[in-house]
Design a binder for this molecule. Structure first.
Ligand code: MG
Length: 171
């Protein structure tokens, strides 16, 4: 009897994050340094976009969350480049045979205008995850002046990621 090939296994995950905007910090978004007079407060570099993506990937793979994997009580992650978080998660996904199908990210901020930087952020995230540029999407929105985002006190991000289990090829 010939066995029917199994349908591919997919998992979707969502991630959100918020960081306070403060003076005297470098603004890092999606692994890219954005020229701006203020940055994001955090134990690490405060890259709200990469943190949301990390949580989306971990969520999809059922691997927990960023706070468990990289606790802010650990000096190892003090002022850490958040790209290191993404590399670690990518390794974990590879170990479990997951490949990332696509990532969609929205950054919520009143300023700066991210339009001119979106391509660079997409390229950076695609590079970090070893994906095609077309499989990563980056959107930016203001909060219409409402709440802590609207007042310029904080920046947040929402990400969704789809994973597909790699099929083992047998000869
Ligand atoms: Mg964070």
């Amino acid at each position: 009897m010939i066995e029917e090939p199994k349908p591919p296994e997919y998992r979707v995950g969502i991630g959100t994050d918020i960081h306070r905007i403060v003076e005297g910090r470098k603004l890092m978004l999606g692994g890219v340094h954005i020229p701006f007079p203020a940055g994001l407060l955090g134990h690490s570099d405060g890259d709200v976009a990469l943190h949301a993506i990390v949580d989306a990937l971990l969520g999809a793979a059922g691997l927990g969350d960023i706070g468990t994997l990289f606790p802010d009580t650990d000096v190892q992650w003090k002022d850490a480049d958040s790209k290191a978080f993404l590399y670690t998660v990518r390794e974990q996904l590879e170990k479990k045979q997951w490949e990332v199908v696509n990532v969609d990210l929205t950054i919520h901020t009143e300023a700066p205008k991210l339009g001119p930087m979106k391509g660079q952020i997409r390229r950076c995230i695609a590079g970090l995850l070893g994906m095609d540029f077309a499989s990563v999407n980056v959107k930016a929105k203001t909060n219409e002046g409402l709440g802590e985002i609207g007042s310029g006190d904080a920046m947040s991000a929402t990400a969704i990621a789809l994973l597909r289990k790699k099929t083992r090829r047998t000869l």
